[in-house]
Design a protein around this ligand. Structure first.
Ligand code: 5GP
Length: 191
């Protein structure tokens, strides 16, 4: 059995990565997401083991020391990371895995997993991005501003990615990523 693909989906906060990922996993049986570990507190409605594995900082640092994370980063003052074992097990079963992670984590994946496919998701415009961050209503005003300003830095990282997809509309973005997966599976090197 072929090992599953490893996909990375990054993009500024508010671009709609979560919605796109969820829709993709629903439409593609062979695709699953990875549940990250984080030291940030759960938001209203978020469940441990579903949205993230929520851990205290000390426990997260233990995972780093043990080499249990495929990648990790500090984002907006909190730790976020991808459990290595979970990803490897799923890929070994032939499942494609998608990681919804920030640009620092994507850089580590690019260095560590040569065959990884890196996709950058963009909002239709910066104005629309601000409206989406504001519309989500889950953060305080200073956090919303921090996330919006961080988007400018993240945009500079696009050249490190293999593909760029505009999220003007969820179903279009999902279709484009499905086409990327199909093309990657047709690569001569994979056959
Ligand atoms: P949020 O707090 O809004 O859930 O996520 C904040 C940022 O952390 C987002 O850009 C998200 O993609 C990123 N993130 C979530 N999980 C991981 C992870 O496992 N590793 C890295 N490097 N970033 C992550």
């Amino acid at each position: 059995m072929d090992k599953g693909l490893l996909l990375v989906l990054s993009g500024p906060s508010g671009t709609g990565k979560g919605t796109v990922c969820e829709e993709l996993c629903q439409q593609q049986n062979s695709l699953c997401n990875s549940i990250s570990v984080t030291s940030r507190f759960p938001r209203k409605g978020e469940k441990d083991g579903v949205h993230y594995h929520f851990l205290p900082e000390a426990q997260f640092e233990k995972l780093i020391e043990e080499g249990a994370l495929l990648e990790w980063a500090r984002v907006y003052g909190n730790y976020y990371g991808t459990p290595l074992k979970q990803v490897e097990e799923k890929r070994a079963q032939g499942l494609d895995v998608i990681l919804e992670i920030d640009t620092q984590g994507a850089k580590q994946i690019r260095e560590r997993v040569k065959e990884a496919i890196l996709i950058f998701l963009l909002p239709p415009s910066l104005k629309e991005l601000w409206n989406r961050i504001k519309g989500r209503g889950t953060e305080k005003p200073e956090v919303m501003k921090e996330r919006f300003l961080a988007a400018h830095g993240e945009l500079k990282e696009i050249s490190n990615y293999n593909y760029v997809v505009f999220n003007n509309n969820v179903s279009e973005a999902v279709d484009k990523i499905k086409a990327i997966i199909t093309a990657e599976k047709c690569r001569v090197a994979r056959n």
